[in-house]
Design a protein around this ligand. Structure first.
Ligand code: SAH
Length: 211
C-alpha cells in the first residue's frame, strides 16, 4: 500500500471540483494517515469520513477541501476551528493561515490531536478544550471560523467572534443533514451564501444541540 501514491490520486480526484491551488497544495502536504486509527490505515486516502473513536469522525477529504477553499485564506489570517476531532482539518488550515486555534469538547480527542500536530511540527496551531461558550471568545476576533460539526443555526455568539469582513463556514440544518453555508460579516449585517448539502456529526452544547 503506497500511501504517497494514494494521497496523490485523492488530491487529483478532488481537483476536478476544487480549483484553489493553495488548498490542494496544503492537502498534498498533510499526511491524513497520521490522524486516523492504525487499523484504518489502508483507507487513509479514501474520499470518505472515517471513525476516530468517541463516536466522532474525521471529515471526508472533499469536504475538508471545500470548506478550506471557501475560507479563501491568503496566509495572514487568524482562524478558529470548532471541532478539532482528529486534528486533520486543523493541520490543513495551519498550512494556509498565520495561526489557528482549534477547540474540541472531548478532552481525549483534543489531547491526541494536539500531540500529533506537534509531532508533525505544526507550531502555529493551538488546540484547546472547549469551554461552556460556543467557539473561543478568548482569542477573538478571527478572520475565519470553520465549524466542523452540524449547527442548528448561525448563532450570534459566532458572529461576535468574527472581524468585519471575516467569514464563517458552517453546516446548518437538522442533526442528520445540513447545508454548508458561508456567512460573511459586513458593516451592515451579514451575507449568506449556500455551498451545498452535507452531513456532519452534531455540534453539542449551549447555543447548539443537546448531547
Ligand atoms: N475537524 C475534524 C472532524 C470534526 S468531527 C477532523 O478534521 O478530524 C466534529 C468534532 O466536533 C467532534 O470531535 C466533536 O466532539 C466536536 N464538537 C462537537 N460540539 C463541539 C463544541 N460545541 N465545541 C467544540 N467541539 C465540538
Amino acid at each position: 500500500m503506497d500511501l504517497e501514491r494514494a494521497r496523490r490520486i485523492l488530491i487529483d480526484s478532488i481537483s476536478h471540483d476544487i480549483k484553489d491551488k493553495r488548498t490542494l497544495l496544503a492537502m498534498s502536504r498533510v499526511p491524513r494517515e497520521r490522524f486516523i486509527p492504525l487499523e484504518l490505515l489502508s483507507s487513509a486516502y479514501d474520499d470518505r469520513p472515517l471513525s476516530i473513536g468517541c463516536g466522532q469522525t474525521i471529515s471526508q477529504p472533499y469536504i475538508v477541501a471545500l470548506m478550506t477553499e471557501a475560507l479563501g485564506l491568503k496566509g495572514r489570517e487568524k482562524v478558529l476551528e470548532i471541532g478539532t476531532g482528529s486534528g486533520y482539518q486543523a493541520a490543513v488550515l495551519a498550512e494556509l493561515a498565520y495561526c489557528v486555534y482549534s477547540v474540541e469538547r472531548i478532552p481525549e480527542l483534543a489531547e491526541t490531536a494536539a500531540r500529533i500536530l506537534s509531532e508533525l511540527g505544526y507550531k502555529n496551531v493551538q488546540v484547546e478544550i472547549a469551554g461552556d461558550q460556543l467557539g473561543c471568545a478568548k482569542h477573538a476576533p478571527y478572520d475565519g471560523i470553520l465549524v466542523a460539526a452540524a449547527a442548528p443555526s448561525v448563532h450570534q455568539t459566532l458572529i461576535d467572534q468574527l472581524c468585519e469582513g471575516g467569514r464563517i463556514i458552517i453546516p446548518v440544518g437538522s442533526r442528520l443533514e445540513q447545508e454548508l453555508l458561508r456567512v460573511t460579516k459586513l458593516k451592515s449585517g451579514i451575507r449568506t451564501e449556500r455551498l451545498g448539502g452535507c452531513r456532519f456529526v452534531p455540534l453539542i452544547g449551549r447555543d447548539a444541540w443537546e448531547e
